[in-house]
Design a protein around this ligand. Structure first.
Ligand SMILES: [Zn+2]
Length: 388
């Protein structure tokens, strides 16, 4: 085994051991990465959230007066609760050519490979910089990455290219859908269930809104897509959670509905659905609720807004990553990544990383060890390219 690969595996073992499930702090992992970088003479920018319990890390290696390439990965992982694991999810375990552990595919292996290359990055004289971007709270709606983008825009030169190392088995993904998530709360008026005229049934009004969303989804499905590489090839509308009422014989005062739109890039269908939903609520639902109880209301909070990644022909990111991975193919995926956020902020972004998305979020998540080799090879080619 090469020293480089041994380093990547050692670092991965450390990263997996930090339980960075999104609802927990990621600071221990961030401290570890910052200490590691300090050991190689590289300062880190730590960008905390407002609670101080979570942070992003952004570090630059090489010249600081020009764009270069950012390697972007999220540090958080999805929960293991309720899943049956064969071995401890937070102990990297090798079995049959695979490495098991939460975050092995999604996406600590990319971070581990990037960190394993840091000594070589620091030793080379780079003509363009490499930036390391490690975010928090990606899995709950790409929240942390906005702090990184904000930092980039205010404190330095933005990377020209961003590689998001989500698991693609090192193939090039130049397009993904967006994810627009909303919590809508219907607030009515409690009454005895026999007095339907005196109460405002929040569950019943929520049901009307859910049916409206369902019909919008069917309408979007019937449209002809601009990009049929997606599966499914249309924007989707989905209601995931409904929670309302306390007893059969009480008219329910509140009902919460959690829903989302996954829009095709360039379609604007997330905004369209939101506008039409709001209009439906304002014109069809609210007047009837408030005719009985003026304080009745409907409020919607956006809990995730991840922009789609739009394919850009011959974009700097796609051109470079195709060159480095030796492919002329690019793909589209239906899951969200931070790529859309970087692209929306004016940076050229593609998704390319080790591991397979099919292993992500599942019990016994694993990565094939060959994927570590492929990622290190890619990073080595990147270093050659940036040193030239
Ligand atoms: Zn991920």
């Amino acid at each position: 085994m090469t020293d480089r690969k041994q380093a990547a595996l050692d670092i991965l073992e450390r990263l997996i051991a930090f339980d960075t499930t999104s609802f927990k702090s990621n600071l221990a992992l961030i401290d570890y990465v910052a200490d590691y970088l300090t050991g190689h003479g590289i300062p880190s920018n730590i960008i905390s959230d407002e609670t101080g319990n979570k942070a992003n890390l952004y570090a630059t290696i090489g010249p600081r007066d020009r764009g270069g390439v950012a390697l972007s990965g999220h540090t958080d992982v999805v929960p293991v609760e309720g899943q049956k694991w064969t071995s401890d999810p937070f102990t990297l375990t090798a079995r049959g050519g695979r490495l098991y552990g939460r975050g092995t595919s999604d996406m600590k292996s990319f971070i581990a490979c990037s960190l394993a290359m840091v000594p070589e990055m620091a030793a080379r004289s780079l003509s363009l910089p490499i930036h390391l971007a490690c975010s928090y709270d990606e899995e709950v709606g790409c929240i942390g990455v906005h702090g990184i983008v904000n930092h980039i825009q205010h404190d330095g030169v933005a990377p020209k290219i961003v590689v998001i190392g989500e698991p693609t088995e090192m193939s090039v993904v130049n397009a993904h859908k967006g994810c627009y998530g909303v919590n809508t709360t219907f607030t009515g008026l409690e009454a005895h269930s026999s007095a339907t005229h005196a109460g405002v049934n929040a569950v019943a009004y929520a049901a009307e809104a859910i049916v409206f969303l369902q019909r919008l989804g069917e309408e979007l499905k019937a449209r002809t897509p601009d990009d049929d590489r997606f599966d499914p090839p249309f924007s989707t509308v989905h209601v995931g959670v409904v929670h309302g009422g306390t007893a059969r014989n009480i008219i329910p005062r509140t009902c919460e509905v959690k829903w989302e739109v996954r829009a095709l890039p360039g379609s604007g269908e997330d905004e369209e659905v939101r506008e039409r939903f709001d209009a439906f609520v304002d014109e069809t639902i609210l007047p009837r609720m408030q005719a009985v109880h003026p304080d009745a209301g409907v409020s919607s909070d956006v809990i995730a807004h991840v922009r789609p990644l739009a394919p850009e022909t011959d974009s700097p990111a796609e051109t470079l990553v195709k060159l480095l991975t030796g492919t002329n193919q690019s793909h589209a995926v239906s899951y969200c990544t931070e790529g859309g956020v970087f692209q929306h902020a004016g940076m050229s972004a593609v998704v390319c990383g080790p591991g397979n998305i099919l292993q992500a979020h599942k019990p016994d998540e694993f990565i094939e060890t060959g994927q570590i080799d492929a990622c290190l090879e890619f990073l080595d080619s990147l270093l050659d390219h940036l040193s030239a």
